[in-house]
Design a binder for this molecule. Structure first.
Ligand code: SF4
Length: 392
């Protein structure tokens, strides 16, 4: 007999995410909801954000505690400290936080200086995520990124001086014409920073990006996916030797520095997103705001909701997500956690994919949990769909 679905997600405090859709320039590979040269609308956007946070606090989550806060984008560090401070004040007014809660700000190295980082630390951000991407100025220029390698070194040193003791570096591998040796050198240079966290992403060639056009026109080589897989394997070895824990497919941390905020998503816990195109998962529903910042501002100025679409999360959908997202984590999904949440045994529901993937050495199953092997992580995009249940 299937026990009653308990829906434990709704009883937890949410993580909060603030989306800032502005960048100094749009990188050639980026397909995010981002806009360049919109400085003139920053004031209005920040006001709209504050309105949305206030509306949400009153109607959706009154007197709530929040578990973590992250400002992402886009490039949050492109905004002035006064803008970011105004948003933080609104958050603080409506949500209570544990003193040690993780507050992350994503920053582009070309948009910060010592003074700004000091002010951001003073506002309450205690984790900085720096978009370094590569240690090659020519590639940074080719990708239309606004910063240089020297900017990355400076930003890191300033952040340390400002008191950031938890810093992530974002890097991309599998770049056009990148060799395995060049990637090893990139990893060595990144490790020399002695950051607490590293996020490594394989370059994806997305439709409707400048990079895709450049490749179609033969101006840039198509990244080699076999080589990218070897780069991923080298990273696993190298970062393991350097004392990093590979805790999620694309993320490595020194022990104790796993990102609490990002784990919210992988553990399928509740979160509230604010800003144009932001997503929320709250009390059994998932919703998404309108994507256009101008539409978002117009709606909030006139007292309308910014939510463009919402759907109830079905039981099957939630189970799929718990597996699909949870298996991204090295710790995998424990049978007990699944049973506590849904009242059923995941081994019964996923008998077939578990047997198939365990046979292929892509999954490890024991009495306590199920998790991907390194090989499974490498091909996760091709295998995790097997945990999607029919929602009908
Ligand atoms: S800085 Fe990040 S969000 Fe902005 S365009 Fe580049 S990749 Fe996209």
């Amino acid at each position: 007999m299937i026990a009653k679905w308990t829906g434990t997600q709704s009883e937890r405090s949410p993580a909060l995410f603030v989306y800032l859709p502005y960048c100094a320039s749009v990188c050639t590979y980026c397909d995010f909801n981002v806009y360049a040269r919109r400085e003139r609308e920053f004031d209005a956007y920040v006001n709209a954000l504050r309105c949305e946070i206030e509306m949400c606090a009153q109607s959706v989550a009154p007197s709530r505690r929040a578990t973590s806060l992250a400002f992402g984008g886009g490039t949050p560090s492109l905004l002035a400290v006064s803008h970011l401070q105004a948003i933080v004040e609104t958050v603080r007014k409506h949500f209570a936080y544990d003193q040690r809660a993780e507050w992350t700000l994503e920053a582009n190295p070309g948009t910060v200086d010592q003074e700004k980082l000091g002010a951001l630390r003073a506002i309450g951000f205690n984790r900085l995520s720096l978009g370094v991407q590569t240690f090659d100025d020519a590639r940074l220029r080719a990708f239309n990124r606004v910063h240089t390698v020297a900017d990355a070194y400076n930003a890191f040193a300033w952040a340390r001086r400002a008191g950031f003791e938890n810093i992530n570096l974002d890097l991309i591998y599998g770049l056009p014409d990148q060799t395995l040796d060049a990637w090893r050198t990139t990893l060595d240079r990144a490790l020399a920073f002695e950051s607490e966290h590293l996020s490594l992403y394989g370059l994806q060639v997305e439709e409707r990006t400048v990079l895709k056009k450049q490749i179609d026109l033969g101006r840039v080589s198509m990244p080699d996916s076999d080589l990218a897989a070897q780069m991923y394997e080298r990273a696993i070895e190298k970062l393991n030797d350097a004392g990093f824990v590979h805790y999620e497919i694309s993320n490595w941390a020194k022990p104790g520095f796993e990102s609490r905020h990002n784990k919210t998503y992988w553990l399928n816990e509740p979160y509230l997103g604010f800003g144009a195109g932001a997503h929320s998962s709250w009390q059994g529903e998932r919703y998404e705001n309108c994507k256009s910042p101008r539409e978002y501002m117009r709606r909030l100025e006139t007292g309308d909701s910014p939510i463009a679409s919402r759907e109830k999360i079905s039981r099957a959908g939630e189970m799929s997500e718990v597996m699909f997202l949870g298996l991204r984590l090295a710790e995998g999904v424990t049978w007990a956690r699944f049973r506590e949440r849904f009242g059923v045994d995941a081994r019964e529901i996923y008998r077939e994919p578990i047997a198939l993937l365990a046979d292929g050495k892509l999954l490890v199953v024991d009495d306590e949990r199920i998790r991907l092997t390194d090989q499974g992580m490498l091909v996760s995009n091709q295998i995790l769909w097997r945990f999607l249940l029919d929602e009908a």
